[in-house]
Design a protein around this ligand. Structure first.
Ligand code: KG4
Ligand code: ZN
Length: 365
């Protein structure tokens, strides 16, 4: 094996997707994901069912990832797995498998933080496809079903959360709005697709007033619920008659809330960079590279709005390829690769963590 081109197996099982991937340094060789239909009828992820489905899916998914990468398992240099945050029962399946697989093959085990991995997905490359990635330092809006964060990314592992939601996440808000409208889970992609035909200016919803760079979405969720309830009293056919406009309007509201704080973050971070006490090496420059990551970064309204803002404000916008926005193991594998070259390995006693680490998220291994 060429030591510069290690094959890393990544395993992701933090929520309701069982995923395995192989990267050859930063190049994706395979990325296989099994979703879990079982949650659809419950309108959200049922943790016990998720763990059970991971147990059923994990071996076929890993076998497929190794087969599609066209390698043998003894060519793997290390096994990287998501340690957290996420659902504990789900994380345990990936963690236990990764431990025994690494032990069986006699190769290092690497723990990966799920939110770091979403950001590091920007560095994934496809063979023979030119790829531009953001330059350090950059700002990343990380928006998923469980998290909404503005992260200052100084290098692959030095990341600081400079703003985050104090209650619901953006993806959760999409999912709850969809549930109120009687749409299926996960609601984000459904709202996105129905919004294409709708008028985003038709309905307006109150936006939260939260100081600093933090977000709040619980008030929006409640006002949407009450608005729909009141309109249904007047006209039981209200949702059906206005579905596309409702989807377009709630999507626009969520996107507007997200990008407003992002704009402030870029403005404020410029001052931080000019501060000579800052750890950033180039005190004269401002942040020009802006990225989005996580499941909600698949949203077409968010993508479009950011591209337009980037054009206007002179930011370089980085949006990951669609398949690396929602949960996937390629992002875990590349995070594993960056740790592999730093020789940051985990011991067999490692256990998952359900909750996010602190605001300052420098990964201390
Ligand atoms: O990152 P992810 O796959 O899992 C978590 O780590 O949570 O994100 C899932 C979230 C769900 O809330 C889902 O509704 C949302 O991402 N999502 C979207 C879209 N695709 C996925 N939200 C809005 N528009 C989309 N196109
Ligand atoms: Zn995620």
């Amino acid at each position: 094996m060429n030591p510069l081109q290690p094959f890393i197996l990544g395993i992701e099982s933090s929520c309701d997707d069982t995923s395995a991937a192989v990267v050859e340094s930063t190049v994706v060789r395979s990325n296989v994901t099994a979703g879990q239909e079982v949650h659809r009828e419950f309108g959200g992820v049922v943790p016990e069912l998720a763990s059970r489905a991971h147990q059923q899916n994990i071996i076929p998914v890993i076998e497929a990832a190794i087969r599609r990468a066209n390698i043998r398992k003894n060519q793997l240099a290390a096994v990287a797995f998501t340690r957290g945050p996420g659902l504990l029962g789900s994380l345990l399946v990936g963690t236990s498998f990764a431990k025994s697989f690494a032990l069986g093959l006699g190769i290092p085990l690497i723990e990966v933080d799920h939110m770091h991995a979403h950001i590091l997905a920007h560095f994934l490359e496809e063979k023979e496809i030119p790829h531009a990635h953001p330059s350090f330092p950059f700002i990343c809006l990380t928006v998923s079903g469980g998290h909404t964060q503005i992260v200052l990314v100084r290098d692959h592992f030095d990341m600081e959360i400079i703003g985050q939601t104090i209650d619901d996440a953006a993806g959760e808000t999409f999912d709850k709005a969809a549930k109120i409208l009687g749409l299926s889970y996960p609601g984000g992609p459904v709202i996105d697709s129905l919004a294409q035909e709708g008028d985003p200016a038709r309905f307006t919803f109150a936006k939260p007033v939260i100081p600093g760079l933090d977000y709040s979405f619980s008030g929006l969720k409640t006002s949407f619920l009450y608005f729909i309830r009141d309109e249904l009293k007047k006209d039981p056919g209200f949702i059906e008659k206005n579905m596309a406009d409702l989807c377009a309007s709630i999507q626009k509201t969520i996107v507007d809330i997200l990008v407003e704080k992002l704009r402030y973050a870029i403005r404020d971070t410029r001052y931080e960079i000019q501060n000579p006490a800052s750890s950033i090496q180039d005190p004269g420059s401002s942040i020009a590279d802006v990225a989005i990551a996580g499941g909600v970064s698949a949203n077409s309204g968010l993508r479009q709005t950011l591209l337009e803002m980037g054009e206007k404000e002179g930011w370089n916008i980085f949006i990951p390829p669609f398949e690396y926005t929602t949960d996937n193991a390629a992002m875990v594998a590349i995070a594993g690769y960056f740790k592999y070259i730093r020789r940051e390995f985990a011991g067999q006693s490692v256990v998952p963590y359900a909750r996010m680490k602190g605001r300052r998220t420098r990964d201390e291994g």
